[in-house]
Design a binder for this molecule. Structure first.
Ligand SMILES: [Zn+2]
Length: 292
């Protein structure tokens, strides 16, 4: 995961009109403990036991805990801003492979579920939806949503993910859906003609849920056709149109929306940055049409 992309996106956004950049506060331990086990939290804090502290599959360091507390804090902050102002983003990943008692796939704490739990505890929301359009299946989010019927999690993915292994052909492995977590597999070599009807199916599933108070959008850059993990044929223009349709859905349905940048591994990092910046252009074209 090229984490310097976040800094590059922030630099580019500093000259965007109609946009305010804010520093987040770290999430508190009590907020994390609504979702993650005390043993896992301690492992990330102290580095011991090392196997658990590195279950997300990168080396533990003393800076990790503060870093991932800021990640979840940023997602919470964007969620709260969206509830007040309609739309906001966090320049972080959602960490959708993270489970209650361990990490997976570079994901430590699941900021999507941690934020949802905090907002629910404070009575700011009743129902929340997570629309995961990262290339990879959001297995951690699904596992955490399963015991929380007020969270409605949808993953539209072109690459399955299980126990730290990606499965690039979604026909080889498919997991179980549940009452409140649903998935739609994108067959390999799909382009816009195949993808957009599946996205529409996803919107219909979201509309079949009880009234949603907030939509969290995992805006992955890794479905992009040049991404080394992507078996899809989606171009930058297709991904910007994807994002535009998501924001249009949120606006028409009058649902506040907060998004995160999620995955993106294309070798030329500026292309990953461009896909993420295009999400901001898409949001502005829907919410501030006079600028586009
Ligand atoms: Zn991914």
């Amino acid at each position: 995961m090229p984490i310097r992309k976040f800094q590059r996106v922030a630099e580019k956004l500093s000259s965007f009109p109609h946009l305010e950049l804010r520093e987040p506060a770290p999430i508190s331990e009590s907020d994390l403990l609504r979702v993650h086990t005390a043993d896992y939290l301690q492992a990330i804090k102290t580095g011991e036991p090392r196997a658990l502290a590195e279950s997300q599959k990168f080396p533990w360091s003393p800076e990790l805990f503060n870093s991932v507390c800021l990640t979840s804090g940023a997602l919470l902050s964007a969620s709260q801003t969206a509830l007040q102002e309609g739309v906001a983003a966090a320049l972080v990943s959602g960490f959708h492979h993270s489970h209650a008692d361990h990490g997976e796939g570079f994901c430590t704490f699941n900021g999507l579920i941690v934020s949802a739990e905090k907002l629910k505890a404070e009575n700011q929301i009743q129902n929340i939806a997570i629309l995961d359009l990262d290339l990879h299946y959001g297995n951690g989010t699904a596992s955490l949503a399963a015991s929380r019927p007020w969270i409605h999690a949808l993953s539209i993915y072109g690459n399955d993910y299980h126990q730290n292994k990606p499965y690039i052909d979604v026909k080889i492995r498919h997991h179980e859906d549940g009452a409140n977590h649903h998935s739609i597999a994108i067959p390999k070599k799909s382009g816009a003609n195949e993808f957009f009807p599946l996205l529409e199916q996803g919107f219909q599933w979201l509309l079949s849920r009880p009234k949603i108070d907030l939509l969290l959008f995992q805006a992955g850059a890794d479905p992009y056709f040049e991404d080394p993990y992507s078996p899809l044929l989606l171009t930058m223009e297709d991904l910007q149109e994807r994002d535009r349709r998501v924001f249009e859905f949120a606006k028409v349905q009058n649902i506040p929306i907060a998004w995160v940048l999620a995955g993106g591994y294309t070798r030329e990092i500026e292309k990953v940055v461009q896909v993420h910046l295009n999400t901001f252009h898409a949001a502005q074209s829907v919410f501030i049409p006079s600028t586009h």
